[in-house]
Design a protein around this ligand. Sequence first.
Ligand code: AMP
Length: 190
Amino acid sequence: MSGKNVVLFGPPGAGKGTQAAKLKDLLNVPHISTGDMFRENIKNNTELGRTAKEYSNSGRLVPDEVTIAMVKDRLGRDDMKGGFLLDGFPRSVPQAEALDRILKELGIKLDHVVNIAVADQEVKDRLAKRAAIEGRADDADPKVIENRLNTYKNQSEPCLSYYRPQNIVRDIDGIGTIDEIFGRIQKVFS
Ligand code: AMP
């Protein structure tokens, strides 16, 4: 199997969380979701959670310095040695640069950026559906959905241009059933 140091990338609503749950089992590596980490902090009403809430409720990114510090702390743990699945990070070019620095310090190299590609309209439909099912505060309001998509376009998508010259971006067609999409992802690791 090829390397197991993985970033899972894609717009909100691409199905990153669903695919991450399957991929972490396949690779047997820790799943590190910054969205989940923020939601956990929001639930426990920590200081980090109160900051995160302010941004995520309006569809904006939590500031890089806060997010990078949180991820750096997590990546420093011993369970990362056999690989990792980063889900939702990096989401800006400064975060991608910070990740490179963190990994370099740890003597680790990134193997794959798995990019789940889904068109805008499909993303909007999915987010609206998810809002109805999961009741996530940041999915409920069409304006917030719009903000999250704009945030993705303006801040997150440029990460792909950052990574392409390194030849580690694996583009995955994100349209299809959960199993079809997972089948495509599996090929990256076979
Ligand atoms: P997610 O579940 O990955 O869609 O994340 C939910 C929200 O958490 C996002 O809309 C952001 O407000 C925040 N968030 C998650 N990951 C990051 C990140 N890498 N940088 C900044 N904010 C993030």
